[in-house]
Design a protein around this ligand. Structure first.
Ligand SMILES: [Zn+2]
Length: 419
């Protein structure tokens, strides 16, 4: 991809009141555009990052047997009424009528979760114990009323969500799958270079047991987490009376308290939605039972914001390689024909090695400072510079974004770097 052809450009202008680091850097780099508080457009550069995050999520969901589907955002109120959530939980409502005069006129809600829709779909396909267990997931836009949408992509009114739903014969089978999902989530966050702590939290309306959140300890987070550094114990402040310095209930070491970003959660739903929607199966003895369900979320757009909060410096973003918009950023410094020609050669070679879509080629006629500043802001993992200096040395200048020193390398050495 030639940088001069990019739809977006870097900018120093920020929308008023944008205080979060993640949104500031993503807007400056041209990854996202702010539409209104808590609502962002994902621009082509940002979509590259998001697609890479989603790819990791898809691979790990598929590996535990999840099948991908896509449900509607516009959900008829009959679904919400069946689970008693229309009056309580559905915030954004709309209607077929052009003019709405009272609450009664609304007949659709914009979905913020899909237990109702998936339970009613499952009725068509789950009849016998032989049809279980099953699990399906989607990556889809969700809507929530956030009174304080000030944390950039960490807390949106509209955001992307991966939601997985599972169906089981009994609690035991659900618990086994629940542990599998926790394992898959650990792999996802590991691969994305995020240290996420499995944190006990309140079960909410559907279960008396704990539910589990995945918390990345970061001061930009809106949750407060008590955790132990000596063992894996962690609880959301909402459910614990422990304070910083108290003894860990598991190993007696003093616990710590920090802010956390919730990047994922897992819920045991029991038979709540199966009974609301009369989702039953016949067991081996021919007896009818309610299906036991679980639901499991990860927010890909929030993950993008979390990566920026975790990985940046005063110059810009430092993407982990797996989420970087491009694997290599080739930069030509200097306008001489010789340097330009060498740059084109590098672009061609890198494209052959990594695929053209994984190489960003800065062939713009701009100042050295502007080009290097932009490269730091965009944050691709590896920057390769061609200049009069590198030509004279018959080498290329290679710098990793997370290292301070550049190295001179031959084309062969560079090739090995990407092997
Ligand atoms: Zn401990």
């Amino acid at each position: 991809m030639r940088q001069s052809k990019l739809f977006s450009k870097t900018t120093k202008q920020l929308p008023e009141g944008e205080e979060s680091k993640n949104a500031q850097l993503l807007i400056k780099g041209g990854f996202v555009n702010k539409s209104s508080a808590g609502v962002y457009s994902i621009l082509p550069l940002g979509l590259r990052v998001l697609n890479k995050i989603n790819q990791v999520i898809r691979e790990e969901m598929n590996a535990i047997g999840g099948e991908e589907l896509l449900m509607p955002s516009l959900i008829n109120k009959k679904y919400w009424e069946q689970s008693n959530r229309w009056g309580v939980d559905v915030i954004y409502k709309t209607s077929e009528k052009r003019k709405v005069e009272s609450e009664k006129d609304f007949d659709y809600g914009l979905g913020w979760t899909h237990e109702e829709v998936i339970a009613s779909i499952a009725k068509h396909f789950i009849n016998s114990y032989k049809d279980l267990p099953k699990s399906v997931y989607q990556i889809q836009t969700k809507f929530r009323a956030e009174p304080r949408a000030q944390a950039g992509l960490l807390r949106g009114r509209e955001f992307l969500m991966k939601d997985l739903y599972s169906f089981h014969r009994d609690e035991k089978e659900l618990n086994e799958f629940y542990q599998q999902v926790i394992g898959a989530y650990k792999k996802i966050f590991d691969r994305l270079c995020l240290k996420a702590r499995v944190t006990e939290a309140s079960g909410g309306a559907f279960t008396k047991e704990y539910t589990h959140e995945f918390q990345v300890l970061n001061h930009a987070g809106e949750d407060t987490v008590l955790y132990c550094e000596k063992c894996d114990w962690a609880q959301n402040k909402e459910i614990t009376s422990l304070e910083h310095g108290d003894q860990c209930p598991k190993c007696n070491a003093p616990v710590k308290m920090d802010r956390g970003i919730e990047v994922g959660n897992v819920f045991r739903l029991g038979t709540k939605f199966a009974s609301d929607f009369n989702l039953q199966y016949l067991d081996a003895n021919g007896k009818k039972n309610f299906v036991v369900m679980g639901s499991y979320g990860i927010g890909p757009t929030r993950l993008m914001g979390t990566l920026v909060e975790e990985y940046h410096d005063e110059k810009g973003i430092i993407w982990p390689e797996i989420a970087a918009p491009f694997r290599a950023h080739a930069v030509v410094l200097g306008d001489s024909e010789k340097v330009q020609k060498e740059g084109e050669k590098l672009y061609k070679n890198l494209s052959g090695l990594l695929g053209e879509s994984e190489v960003l080629f800065d062939e713009r006629s701009a100042s050295v400072g502007e080009k290097l500043n932009d490269a730091d802001l965009l944050g691709c993992s590896v920057r390769i510079v061609v200049s009069e200096k590198t030509l004279a040395a018959k080498k290329l200048e290679v710098k990793k974004r997370n290292e301070s020193a550049a190295q001179l390398m031959t084309a062969n050495q560079l090739k090995k770097l990407f092997a």
